[in-house]
Each structure stands twice: as C-alpha cells, then as structure tokens.
Design a protein around this ligand. Sequence first.
Ligand code: FAD
Length: 498
Amino acid sequence: MKQSIKRVVIAGGGTAGWMAAASLSKLLGKNLDITLVESDAIGTVGVGEATIPTILTLHKLLKLNEQEMMAATSATFKLGISFENWRAQGQDYIHSFGTTGQDCWAAGFQHFWLKGQALGFSKDYGDYCPELVAAKQNRFAVTPKQGLNYAYHLDATAYAVYLRKIAEEFGVKRVEGKIAQVQLHADNGFIRALELDSGQVIEGDLFIDCTGFRALLIEQALHVGYEDWSHWLPCDSALAVQTESVSEPIPYTRSIAHQAGWQWRIPLQHRVGNGLVYCSRYLNDEAAKTLLLENIEGNTISEPRLIRFRPGQRRQHWHKNCVALGLASGFVEPLESTSIHMIQRSIIRLMQNFPLTAIHQSDIDEFNQQTDFELQNIRDFIILHYHVTERTDSPFWRFCKNMDIPDSLKHRIQLFKETGRVFKVPNELFGENSWVQVMMGQGLTPNQYHPIVDMMSDEELQQFLSQIEQRAKQMVGQLPNHQEFVQHYCGIVSSGVK
Ligand code: FAD
C-alpha cells in the first residue's frame, strides 16, 4: 500500500516534543521521516517534574532502563501527594497511588471502613494502603512481586535531553531555529510547512504542535479556539523556584494550600522543585513571590520564574493535519500532575489512529472525542479538591467553596454523600480509590454504608480490617529507607545531601 503520510514535523522540543519524537521514532519510525524543530533561545516551560504511575507504561513501550533513566534525571520515587491545609488549616491527607483495603464485588472498601469507624475500631483510612504507609514512613523499594504502585519526581530538562537521545538514535532529525511562520496550503488550509527565522522551510504531511502555551500551529495558524475553565479553576499563575536539598528526599509530592492557592515541593536527588500556584485576582505577583520565598527550605538555586496559564483545553486537539500535544493542547492545572500523562495518552492515541494513507475526519473526531472525555474527568477531579473544603478563611477559599461546579461532579459528590458509592467511568484516569481518598480527605463523609457490610458480624469485620492493616504494616516494615534505596538503585556513591 502506498503511504502518503510519511513526513512528520514536530514543532517544539519540551517534554511533549521529545516524548512524541522518542515514541513515534521507536514504535513507528521505520515508516516515517521525523523532524523536530526547537528553539534554544525560547527554551521550555521548565516545570513539570512530578509524574503519575502511568508513565511506567510509556517507559515499558520505549524499553527504557529505569535505573539509567533515574540516574540521568536525578529522579526519586513518588507514592502519592500529601495535601496539607486543603480541607482545613492544620489538616492533612495523602492521595496515594495504591489500593486501600480490599473491595468486595458489591461495595468498595470504604463501606467496610465506615462501619468499622462507627463501631470505633477503624484506624486511619490510609493505614490500609501500603503505598500510603510507606510514604509516611519514608520507605521504598522496587520489588518484582506485589510491589508498590509508584511514579517519579524528575528533572524536566534532563528528562527531555534523555528522550532526545533515544529519538536521535531512532533517526529523528533535530533542527535548531525559531519558527517565524506557518505556511498553509491555499486550497484546504492544511499546514504545508514551517518557515524558520533563518529562511529554512520544513515541509511535512503531519505536524505535531508541541510549542507549549504559544500553540503556534494549532491556534495561531489554525485558530481552533479555546474552552476556558477558569470559572471552575481560578488559579492562573505560578511562580517556580529551585532550592538546594536540606534533607532526604521523601517519596511523595507535597501540596500545601495557602490563602489564595497552593505550593508544591518536589524532591529530586540533588535539589527541590518549589512553586506557588495562585489566583491573580486574590494575590498579586509581588505578594506571591514573598509568600513563596518565605515558605521554602534551603538556598535558592534559580530565580523565581513567573508563568501565566489559562485552565482549559483547545476546542480541537487534532485539526486538519495538525495534532497538538502538551501545553499547546491545553492545561487543566498542575495539581495531581496529570499533564505529562495526557501527553503520553495523546501520543498512544495518535499511534492507534495513525493516518497512514490519508487523514480521515473519522480518525480526527475519534481522537478529539477521547481526549476531551479524559480531560473533562481529570478537570472534575481537580475541581473537587478546591470546592469540597471547610476553609472559609480567605476570599479565595470562599469563592471555591461557593462556586458552581460541573453537573458531572455535582452528581459524584451527591452520590458519595448519600450512599458512599463511587464509580469509575470507563477510560477515565482516576479510579475509585483516588476519588474516595480525596473526597474523604477533603471532609466529605457518606451518610451510610452499603448494607452488604452487615453480612459480616462485628467481630468478623474487626478481624478483616485488622488483617489488612497488619499486612500493609508488615510489607512496609521490610522496605529500606527511600533515599538509601535510590542511591543503591541508581548507583550513586554520594548525593551530596547531608
Ligand atoms: P514547553 O516545555 O513550553 O516546550 C515548548 C517548546 O516549543 C520549546 O522547545 C520551545 O523552544 C519550542 N518553541 C516555542 N515557540 C517556538 C518557536 N517559535 N520556534 C521554535 N520553537 C519554539 N505536568 C506534570 O505532568 N507534572 C507536573 O508536576 C507539572 N507541573 C507543572 C507546573 C506548572 C506551573 C505548569 C505551568 C505546568 C506543569 N506541568 C506539569 C505541565 C508540564 O510542564 C508540561 O505538560 C510539560 O512540560 C510539557 O510542556 P510542553 O513540551 O508542552 O511545552
């Protein structure tokens, strides 16, 4: 069969650009001629250092050596996110990557836990989840059998460099230069070529827009439009700064709520990534900078950098012969670290729907519909964190608590409140356990538990809960300290951390 889509041009060399280049070249490369254009002068967004477990799937597809990748990106392990001061000041919970307890066919574990709590013998909900117990005890190991679910904290710049090496090994051509113009075919409005400042023209059949918030191709050239979600997700600014490590890296991200947003702490092997995400309506940039610098540990090793964003998504992620990935395709917000995951999902989706002989509108529609569906569910999950709160101590939190929310989320909250039930929508990212951890962590308590729990006597229930808790404790008790494991695993003699 004659192949007409052969020349793939990737615009942009951040995490999105190099993830796409590495994946397409490794998995479909023999049939394609791939060129990536990036501008050192413009650089990358420079944040995006926390991942979620799905990244392991991509790494498996790429056959990456985990130890080598971690050493190259100064990575540490991540077992979840600690949400501090979100429900109320002084109250914390961890959204972990693990499974809490044991579900039965009719009812999730939370129902058993709720009855145990009413009878006074349930421990903290997190005590039934090995990942969460390990996070709290700062323990970790990669074990082949019955291992922990995990992801990484990694240096975003080093990660892009690492992926670039793979992509170039598989034949991707890199062109350094600034895209000055996007040329369109006069007859159908498809992209014909990218014209660089230097005058060089790069022609292609399929273009992948990874130019970050600029969205040079999908928006500036093709004008697909943007669906704005800022009425549900009021944070629109971030200040990012890196600091020296002053203590061992912990195996989870910290997300600390403040008066008008929240702060992240992402521990790498040699430094910590910090940032304040805030709503510019309630906090000005100067005050945000002071707040961030007052709440970091260790000397800064970079200047605080301001990043503006608009939560939302492109109205179309794939339009004509252009597919947008990463920030060019939209951005929900950094909470829950879902952006790199969405890049990976879109790359896999593109490969599944790859237009070999011609671009069909049905492929485009399928791609856009699936991407939109996934993003909407992620959006709802993130809004949940802001909206379900007991905080009323600042105008920002009062706004979040009282704002209108999507009907889809209203239904989930109502269902959980009235019945304790949660259902994962097929193909959505976050599973029942994530929804339950965050709903309960934010202070939602169901009015009842499922009657199937009453099939157990109180003694049986107590024993059931106790066995699960003991199993988690025992498993974690055998694990080494997180930093020691990272050093051993990556072959680090000394990380320089005291
Ligand atoms: P960029 O990194 O901005 O790359 C754009 C590329 O396009 C660059 O190479 C640039 O040089 C090139 N380019 C632009 N214009 C031109 C031009 N005219 N000519 C040539 N080249 C050009 N995601 C997570 O998964 N986890 C997180 O913890 C997380 N935290 C975040 C925190 C903040 C504050 C923000 C804003 C985002 C965060 N994200 C996170 C999202 C994550 O940073 C991005 O999804 C990821 O870095 C991919 O970015 P990108 O490659 O789309 O864009």
